[in-house]
Design a protein around this ligand. Structure first.
Ligand code: UTP
Length: 226
């Protein structure tokens, strides 16, 4: 089965406190897609990670310790998705790429959070894609693609339908220096995808039928990087 890696933004996965409807719905979609594809899902930290990182920074933690706090939250989110996936996925979030490779031999869906300080789960997704020889990474995020500028700040920003890896790398610029939120995709992750020529689909994670199309390699609404 063709492997596909999904970078699932934490802010998409976990909504208002206690709202599990999205997790139930995406779990159903993933189980459906997994009958034809081997799925590797990397969950992000979302708002909870940002809150904890802010609190840790306020208390004087150094940046790599804040990254460790962020990683813990990505794994908490992974546990929620794992719970909804039941026997289709590994039992607890995997902590290394090696563990993920092994889990892929016995599970139709493999779920993990962050791995090491200094990166984000987008970069983890890209590195995992290299490891499992995936040709595609899908980034399910809170915007519906890569824009020429931040659409929240610049009303003239336009969605880019198709772009090369080199164009994405130059748009993202150098990777962020401190723990916390990044852009449409992590700059380190973009460079990893570029060196291994792995395609990237950036889609709105709220639009589940469209996300399913992207996972299945069909036409989708968003940005295709290849
Ligand atoms: P995310 O992957 O959710 O980062 O990890 P993000 O891009 O900042 O969040 P979104 O996508 O905009 O919501 C949360 C934080 O956890 C740490 C980083 O500090 C990151 O900002 N982290 C995560 C790591 O240090 N290493 C990892 O492998 C993963």
């Amino acid at each position: 089965m063709e492997p596909v890696v999904l970078s699932l933004g934490g802010s998409v996965l976990v909504r208002d406190e206690g709202d599990t409807s999205y997790i139930r719905r995406i779990a159903k979609i993933l189980i459906g897609v997994s009958s034809n594809h081997k799925l590797y899902v990397v969950t992000g930290g979302g708002r909870t990670a940002r809150q904890y990182i802010r609190a840790g920074r306020d208390l004087g933690a150094d940046e790599s310790y804040l990254d460790e706090i962020g990683i813990e939250v990505t794994r908490l989110n992974a546990r929620l998705l794992i719970t909804a996936l039941g026997h289709h996925a590994n039992h607890s979030p995997l902590k290394t790429y090696e563990e993920a490779v092994h889990a892929g031999r016995t599970h139709s869906i493999v779920v993990m959070g962050g791995v090491s300080p200094g990166i984000t789960t987008d970069a983890v997704s890209a590195l995992l894609a290299e490891r499992v020889k995936a040709k595609r990474v899908v980034n399910a995020t809170s915007t519906d693609g890569v824009y020429t500028a931040d659409p929240k700040k610049d009303p003239s920003a336009e969605r880019i339908l198709r772009m090369t890896h080199a164009e994405l790398v130059s748009l993202l610029g150098p990777s962020p220096a401190s723990a916390g939120p990044s852009h449409a995709f992590d700059a380190v992750g973009a460079k990893v995808l570029e060196r291994s020529k792995i395609a990237l689909a950036v889609v709105d994670g709220n639009d589940l039928p469209n996300l399913r199309d992207a996972l299945e390699g069909k036409k989708f609404k968003g940005t295709l990087v290849e």
